[in-house]
Design a protein around this ligand. Structure first.
Ligand SMILES: Cc1ncc(COP(=O)(O)O)c(C=O)c1O
Length: 369
């Protein structure tokens, strides 16, 4: 029976409480698991932009960008992303996952070295593996460890790429980019950052952590259109020659259907709103500071992502269920996604302080020290 091993493995996953299943969140629930940081995914202007794009161009892009899929909307979106990021150019992908999966193997190969933060997102990890480069992982946020690995390994390889999230999706903490680019400069390395949870959220322009930390070193900046931007898709931004190169060398861009007209138009509108309505960002950060205060003003909470650690997996699941029964979605995140179980709350500009009070009331007694 060629597939009977699946039953066995399902049992193993069940016993370990690692078995996952999808959950539909009723629309009236207060949702603390959404990446819709600015509330744009339901904004009437994004909906309208998508509808108009469907009416004008149809539903599907019909082919890859290099064949029949290119529309003026794609070029317009790439220009908008580059403006937001302050880069020469950008390239749009069908998802953030595909962007990272494809771009890393286009930048480095088997003669090269990658240094990656231990808590990087899955798509960065997979992209690193796919590249065939030697991947060395440095301890989370630890530039001393990064320097040590560079000192002992850099000279044996041709190209070297340092890869990091800027905001870490499960921890909510932030990469020390200034120190990373100093090391990159000293050791002659490329740096790729993933601003998936930072774009639209950080910086006076909403550009991300690169803007906040005022980084001028040439970077490969990846991200998604599906979180604060409120649509679907991914991007890479950077130098124009890099984009030109990627168009010929990135299989996850070349061999896949172009982003749909509706998603492209919605993302375009989303970025326009991010650039013109900073008050959404202010509201989001008011909420972040409010919850942080309830949590004793702990300095480790520096983004809209709050990992509230609990003592074990059953506690995480019970708390999440308790919230669910009160009409609140507060996801339990557990190994193997993260090393330690937690309730992960992500705040958006749509939450009220009353929403935050409600979840706090339910959770605070059970949080680990
Ligand atoms: C840091 C990070 N990068 C990339 C992605 C993938 O982006 P997308 O959802 O557009 O595939 C995610 C999550 O979705 C993420 O958290």
């Amino acid at each position: 029976m060629p597939y009977s091993w699946i039953d066995h493995d399902l049992q193993v996953l069940k016993r370990a409480k690692w078995l996952r299943s999808v959950k539909e969140i009723p629309p009236h629930f207060v949702n603390f698991g959404s990446n819709d940081y600015l509330g744009l995914a339901t904004d009437v202007r994004l909906k309208q932009a998508a509808i108009e794009a469907v009416e004008k161009y149809g539903t599907g892009a019909t082919g890859s960008r290099l064949l029949s899929g290119q529309r003026d909307l794609h070029a317009a979106l790439e220009t908008k992303i580059a403006q937001l990021k302050g880069t020469e150019a950008a390239l749009v992908f069908s998802s953030g996952y595909l962007a990272n999966l494809g771009v890393i193997p286009a930048l480095v190969g088997k003669r090269d070295l990658i240094l990656a933060d231990a808590y990087n997102h899955s798509c960065l990890i997979q992209g690193c593996r796919l590249s065939g480069a030697l991947v060395l992982t440095y301890d989370h946020l630890d530039c001393n460890h990064l320097e040590h690995l560079l000192l002992s390994n850099r000279s044996s390889f041709q190209r070297c790429l340092i890869v990091t999230n800027t905001v870490f999706s499960m921890e909510g903490d932030i990469a020390p980019l200034a120190e990373i680019v100093q090391l990159a400069d000293r050791f002659h390395c490329m740096v790729m950052v993933d601003e998936a949870h930072a774009t639209g959220v950080f910086g006076a322009r909403g550009s991300g952590v690169v803007e906040v930390q005022n980084i001028t070193y040439p970077l490969v900046q990846a991200g998604t259109l599906s979180k604060a931007i409120g649509s679907l898709g991914g991007y890479v931004a950077g130098e124009a020659r890099l984009m030109q190169y990627l168009q010929s060398r990135t299989s996850t861009w070349i061999y896949t259907t172009a982003l749909s007209p509706a998603d492209t138009a919605a993302a375009l509108k989303g970025i326009e709103i991010i650039s013109t309505e900073p008050e959404r960002r202010y509201k989001l950060w008011d909420n972040v500071f409010y919850l942080r205060k309830l949590l004793g003003n702990e300095q480790r909470y520096v983004s809209p992502i709050f990992p509230l650690l609990v003592k074990d997996i059953p506690t995480a699941l019970t708390l999440s269920q308790l919230c669910w029964e009160e009409g609140i979605y507060a996801p339990a995140i557990r190994p193997p996604t993260v090393p330690t179980p937690r309730i992960r709350l992500s705040l958006t500009a749509k939450h009220s302080q009353k929403d935050i009070d409600r979840v706090w009331q339910l959770l605070h007694r059970h949080l680990a020290e």
